[in-house]
Design a protein around this ligand. Structure first.
Ligand SMILES: C[S@@+](CC[C@H](N)C(=O)[O-])C[C@H]1O[C@@H](n2cnc3c(N)ncnc32)[C@H](O)[C@@H]1O
Length: 274
């Protein structure tokens, strides 16, 4: 078991009830992640498309509270409870646990204790000798676990995660939203620097929010990340040392900096959607 310190049995049991109705583990997990992400963005149409798929497969025949949409919402509540209790990457732990039974997905992420050590080595949360906002980048972010650990140490940094796996990118967007971080999460290949889509999560005193960027914003983000990376490489070739977690970009202003007027990251995001 990859994250034995995080008990995800309750959540897995709820998702398992849905799977036993004839869906694959991958479908159930993917739909759960998408439902949470669409609900938090107030995007009714794609949300209802998923709900309709279950409805067409007889979901309304189950008693109130036992329909698959109810169980997805219940798993969302359980996820939030576990996150509040553990302050950990519970979503990634569910993915690890649930993916083990599937040929279609499943991988293991870095254990939390190793993420802690790596964040310390990178100097995340250390006092900086510059007033610039620090940027923390994970170009192969998985479920976003390293960003979460870094986010607890330095919540006022800007976080950038990228993963070529669509499910992983979505999990990271959710996790950054749940942890109320300012972040950009990119779905795309870090080696070829291709961006397919991206999400922005924003801090607010009421809780995090998330929205998907449009094509122009993705392009703008692509330029900003590419410039920031090139400046980091140049800075690292200079004689004076720079702090590990800081991209040290010449233009420190991130793109599309407007705050996000969408649903806050709470169970209420599911209300009235079925
Ligand atoms: C073992 S996971 C590590 C995730 C995370 N950094 C952690 O420590 O938990 C490796 C991740 O890298 C992603 N990945 C592999 N090659 C990539 C690439 N070229 N661009 C973006 N992501 C990549 C995989 O999809 C996978 O989610």
């Amino acid at each position: 078991m990859a994250s034995p310190q995080i008990d995800v049995d309750e959540i897995v049991a709820t998702l398992e009830q849905i799977r036993q109705r004839g869906h694959s583990a991958h479908t159930v997990f993917r739909d759960w992640v998408n439902l949470m992400l669409f609900a938090l963005q107030d995007r009714d149409d794609p949300y209802l498309e998923i709900v309709d798929d279950y409805r067409e497969r007889g979901d309304m025949a189950h008693p109130d509270g036992q329909r698959s949409v109810d169980l997805f919402a219940k798993a969302f509540g359980q996820l939030q409870e576990r996150m509040a209790a553990t302050d950990a990457d519970v979503l990634g732990a569910v993915y690890e646990e649930y993916g083990m039974s599937s040929d279609a997905f499943g991988q293991h992420f870095t254990p939390h204790s190793v993420c802690e050590t790596m964040a310390e080595i990178a100097g995340v949360g250390d006092e900086s000798d510059t007033d610039d906002r620090q940027t923390v980048l994970d170009p192969a972010c998985g479920s976003g676990r390293m960003l979460l650990v870094a986010g607890r140490k330095q919540p006022d940094a800007l976080f950038v995660g990228q993963d070529k796996d669509p499910l992983c990118a979505r999990m990271t967007a959710l996790n950054c939203c749940f942890l109320n971080l300012d972040a950009y999460v990119i779905q795309g290949d870090s080696l070829t620097v291709e961006f397919q889509r991206a999400w922005q999560t924003s801090y607010s005193s009421l809780g995090g929010s998330v929205r998907e960027l449009d094509d122009d914003e993705v392009e703008e983000l692509h330029e900003w990340v590419t410039d920031a990376f090139e400046n980091t490489v140049e800075a690292e070739n200079q004689p004076s040392p720079t702090q590990g977690a800081d991209t040290d970009s010449e233009d420190r202003t991130p793109p599309v900096a407007t705050s996000v007027p969408s649903e806050q990251a709470s169970l209420g995001a599911f209300e009235g959607s079925d």
